[in-house]
Design a binder for this molecule. Sequence first.
Ligand code: 6PG
Length: 262
Amino acid sequence: MVSLLIFPDPVELYKAACQHILRAGERAIAQQGYFAFVLAGGSTPQAVYRLLGQEHAALDWGRVHFFWGDERCVPPDHPDSNYLMAREAMLAYLPVPQENIHRIESELTPGQAARAYEEQIREFYRKVLSNRGLRAGSSAIPSFDLILLGMGEDGHTASLFPGTPALAESQRWVTAVEHNQPPPPLVDRVTFTLPLINAARQVVFIVAGENKAARLEQVLAGRSDPPLPVQLVQPASGNLTWMVDQAAGVRLSSWGLESQQY
Ligand code: 6PG
């Protein structure tokens, strides 16, 4: 199912995204005992993390596991680090055990970091399954409970940029990306691949600001050949939700796209 939710202003969008995540977390914990939540970088996600960071009592945070959908290849204490951003906006304020914070080891080479992260994910799901007396096939792709994504003005998401080889990756779950053209920062990246993203139980895009309006129109009205990275996000059996503010969604009504599920 695909949903489009348009909010009157960015603050309403951030609040709704925060509540959406908390509800997904509650449901996952009730169903399976943990919530595997994948974070995005960027300023729109950051605003949502600031709200989540105030929700100390809203969730059993000891059962939430945090992953990152992409990372910039800088040390974890660098201002461009997606890990640092999430820690400063949210994780530092929540009672989350250190072992639940599964960061990308961006201080390694990009290739090493990608392989190590894929192994970290494999290990996490191996443990989850073995706790239930099950065993995964070595190629079984895991379904994260919620993958949060932003959208760049160029139609990138995570660190999947238009026209780059990472878009064609069909085997790996995590891959290294050379990144030497805008948008900044011009540092290599490590990113979830489309097969891993599309295996999620749910994917949520959060998009704010008038600078995203033209791209969002193009993305949701389906006019791009070849398709943009964001258009390749099509969960196989999970839900896809677009949460956008009025400024970003301003051109959608002329296509008959209103806040709705379709
Ligand atoms: C990153 C991101 C990236 C981001 C979008 C949207 O590492 O930069 O993961 O994909 O989410 O570029 O960012 P804004 O919300 O800042 O526009």
